[in-house]
Design a binder for this molecule. Structure first.
Ligand SMILES: O=P(O)(O)OC[C@@]1(O)O[C@H](CO)[C@@H](O)[C@@H]1O
Ligand SMILES: [Mn+2]
Length: 448
């Protein structure tokens, strides 16, 4: 059976068919709120559109508001989903996916917001937002304000983190293996908890990082439900080759990014540490090719964040920013944004639906997946039992050793100990969606 096909033992997709479920509440409440805020943002930028594009900008603004309002009404009244009509490079792929969803539903009911898989309709909403914002304002990022605010509101934490990185790098040469792994674990956890700062779960409400990211780690330790850091460390060390050994030397770690703002800074700091410690020689970053899930990283966010860090009036921030820019100039770091990351597919479909991307990931020694949406796609956003193995839920998606760094914000979680999920439900009924808990969950060859 092809990977991703519904087979024996594969549970149903999460959807709003279950009244009162997190998917139901997201589609009923949070997604319309996100659309309302998008309409408001576009309206507030009307003058900007006029200044830049004259009357054409005004008519595009009016059209965007009308299309987004129509979209919100379709969503709130559970209308059938509509084919995309904007003729962009991914339009056909989206419409084919819709037909695939319709085939799975059969001809008894039409693909719609509250009946189709949550993963699909939520991704579809963001692609419809893209369709609504037409030329000449099509490059306007309706979520940009929230992403830049998250960065500016987190300055104290960013400065503390860049200072910490600078201190570590000053003594890098003298560090023992144990000290190196300690710093690695700390920065891996900082990147993990950076994922709390996600504007989709907060429906755009500001949620920047205020406290010092390093000092808060000990108090967060007990909220890490699965911690496979040791497997990540062993994988990195097993892939390191001595210079000139003639063996594979292009040690490469891929980071599939999630949110801009503070979370992106934590990922850049981790990536800098991986390179400056020699744990990796190249980092490939994977972002989104259009605005996605409110706070996800686009190429513009990636470049803007590095430029802002370079320009900071803070020694260690600007030092980090210049270092990151030179990594990019030297090709040690590279940024990629394959269209697959802004499509609705479960990752077990990647080999079939985006073989080029799957082949790229196969060249990595380790792939880090940041955040909740990536976790939902890794596990197919299905109602797995909590003690089901991560490997089972991946359903054949294993391009390379991989690790999810995710704070829980959706009710899908696998790979727990028997009874662990039930225990958590009694202690904290909203443990899967309140963002307090996290996993560092690895899948790959077992190493000693
Ligand atoms: O991927 P991220 O940024 O960690 O989270 C994305 C997210 O906020 O969006 C959905 C809720 O609307 C959930 O999948 C998840 O909570
Ligand atoms: Mn996100």
């Amino acid at each position: 059976m092809a990977a991703g096909q519904i087979g024996y033992g594969v549970p149903p997709s999460l959807s709003a068919k279950v009244t009162g479920s997190f998917a139901y509440l997201t589609i009923r409440d949070r997604m319309p709120t996100i659309l309302t805020k998008a309409v408001d943002t576009i309206h507030r930028n009307k003058n900007k559109f006029f200044e830049e594009h004259g009357e054409e900008g005004i008519s595009a603004e009016k059209q965007a508001i009308s299309l987004l309002s129509k979209l919100r009404n379709e969503l709130q009244t559970d209308k059938p989903l509509l084919e995309l009509m904007d003729g962009l490079s991914d339009t056909e792929s989206w419409n084919q996916y819709m037909q695939r969803q319709q085939r799975q539903l059969g001809d008894q009911e039409l693909v719609s917001w509250f009946k189709s898989p949550w993963l699909y309709v939520e991704c579809y909403m963001y692609r419809r937002i893209q369709e609504a914002i037409c030329p000449p304002i099509n490059n306007f990022d309706v979520f940009n304000e929230g992403k830049t605010q998250s960065f500016f509101e987190s300055q104290q934490a960013v400065m503390a983190l860049c200072t910490y990185l600078g201190d570590v790098q000053k003594s890098m040469e003298k560090l023992s293996e144990n000290q190196l792994s300690e710093y690695f674990n700390k920065l891996l956890q900082v990147s993990l908890w950076g994922n709390k700062c996600d504007l989709s779960i907060s429906a755009g409400q500001e949620n920047s990082q205020k406290a010092s990211p390093i000092d808060s780690l000990p108090s967060l330790q007990s909220f890490i439900l699965v911690n496979d850091s040791n497997m990540v460390w062993l994988t990195l060390n097993s892939s390191r080759r001595p210079e000139g050994s003639g063996q594979k030397t292009a040690d490469r770690v891929d980071i599939v990014l999630d949110n801009a703002g503070f979370e992106l800074v934590t990922d850049l700091v981790l990536a800098d540490f991986l390179v400056s410690s020699g744990l990796a020689r190249h980092i490939h970053f994977h972002g989104k090719c259009f605005p996605w899930f409110v706070s996800d990283v686009t190429a513009n966010d990636f470049q803007w964040t590095i430029r802002q860090t370079m320009a900071a009036n803070h020694k260690w921030m600007s030092k980090s920013g210049f270092q990151w820019q030179s990594y990019l100039n030297e090709g040690i770091w590279s940024y990629h944004d394959h269209p697959f990351w802004t499509q609705p597919h479960e990752f077990c479909d990647m080999a079939a639906d985006a073989p080029d991307l799957y082949a790229t990931l196969q060249e990595a020694d380790l792939v880090l997946f940041k955040g909740d949406l990536n976790y939902r796609k890794l596990t197919g956003d299905r109602a797995w039992g909590h003690a089901v193995d991560f490997c089972t839920a991946l359903r054949g998606f294993e391009p390379a050793p991989l690790c999810s760094l995710r704070t829980l914000k959706a009710n899908v979680q696998v790979g727990l100990q028997l009874g662990q999920g039930e225990k958590l439900s009694t202690e904290d009924p909203s443990w899967m969606t309140n963002g307090k808990y996290a996993v560092i969950q690895f899948h790959g060859p077992k190493l000693e």
